[in-house]
Ligand binder design. Structure first.
Ligand code: UTP
Length: 290
């Protein structure tokens, strides 16, 4: 079945990037001149997604404003003859068919996804984590949808992480299928000791799930950190039906931590068509003084 819908959870508190995220959603932090969540919506659209639901929360209305029309600003841009900028600003509001729902309490990623139950209905859907920007020639959400459409099983975007990092992520039991595809039969969220680690493969930023996940989520008790973990529900799915892991081809930037934000700005800034060349010169000069 074709994957037409996507859910972007963006209701978290962003405690790792405070104070930046106190009044500004971390999903709205700019990489050069574009908020993180716009890169993510663009990836979904480029992947063939037709309808998007963004999960927001109190204090995140700037997300809705960003994808809305801005008549005052648009008029001023037209009056000043800035047609290029006007076109770009208007195009953001036409990117996709986006709806919003508020997660009233920050009870975890699993709980956030559950808020999209009525929107998703009885079809598969992609999940793009609102603070994970992934740059790729072939959109990573599309890479996962391809796997879903081939195997008809839930799909997780996976990557190997270091031994030190695995305790902060999930750890998956994987068996190779072919190329960058794996069968996933078990997983654990934030393994607390080395004997709990199933492999260094972890779920990073993207998945495609069947609608059955909602019935599982409804029965999933709070796990690590007292939050309803999406990983705990996917574990059940992996154990009962099996899932597929796609070791995706793309570079992920974690906008939920400070180093990730700096990496994104530097690497995407270097390729920016307006300022990239000047920025490169600046960086070379800086680097020679380090
Ligand atoms: P994270 O765990 O990275 O976000 O969730 P967080 O809770 O904001 O992080 P810290 O630890 O406090 O810094 C991944 C994605 O899921 C969303 C977040 O907004 C982020 O985009 N999320 C998380 C929700 O929508 N609701 C939640 O209850 C938790």
């Amino acid at each position: 079945m074709k994957v037409r819908k996507a859910v972007i959870p963006a209701a978290g508190l962003g405690t790792r990037v405070l104070p930046a995220s106190k009044a500004m959603p971390k999903e709205m932090l700019a990489i050069v001149d574009k908020p993180a969540i716009q890169y993510i919506v663009e990836e979904a659209v480029q992947s063939g997604i037709e309808e998007i639901m963004i999960i927001t929360s109190r204090g995140k209305t700037t997300v809705e404003d960003h994808f809305d029309r801005a008549p005052e600003l648009e008029n001023v841009l037209l009056q000043r003859g800035k047609k290029d900028v006007y076109d770009e600003i208007v195009s953001i509001s036409k990117l996709a068919n986006i709806s919003y729902i508020r997660q009233k309490e920050t009870k975890g990623l699993g709980h956030a996804i559950l808020c999209a139950k009525a929107f998703v209905g009885n079809e598969p859907f992609a999940v793009l984590y609102g603070d994970d920007v992934i740059k790729a020639d072939y959109p990573v959400c599309r890479q996962l949808c391809d796997a879903y459409e081939e195997f008809g099983l839930g799909v997780a975007g996976i990557k190997e992480v270091s031994e030190e990092a695995i305790q902060k992520y999930s750890s998956l039991k994987v068996d190779p299928i072919r190329d960058n595809l794996f069968r996933v039969s078990d997983m654990i969220e934030k393994p607390s000791s080395p004997d709990q680690v199933l492999s260094l493969y972890s779920i990073l930023g993207r998945c495609v799930l069947p609608p059955e996940i909602f019935a599982i989520l409804e029965k999933t008790p709070p796990g690590t950190g007292g939050e309803i973990q999406l990983t705990d529900a996917m574990k059940k799915l992996a154990q009962v039906k099996g899932m597929v892991g796609v070791d995706f081809i793309g570079k992920r930037y974690d906008m939920g931590n400070k180093l990730g934000i700096l990496e994104a700005i530097v690497e995407i800034g270097l390729e920016h068509k307006e300022v990239g060349a000047d920025f490169r010169e600046y960086l070379k000069k800086m680097a020679s003084q380090l």
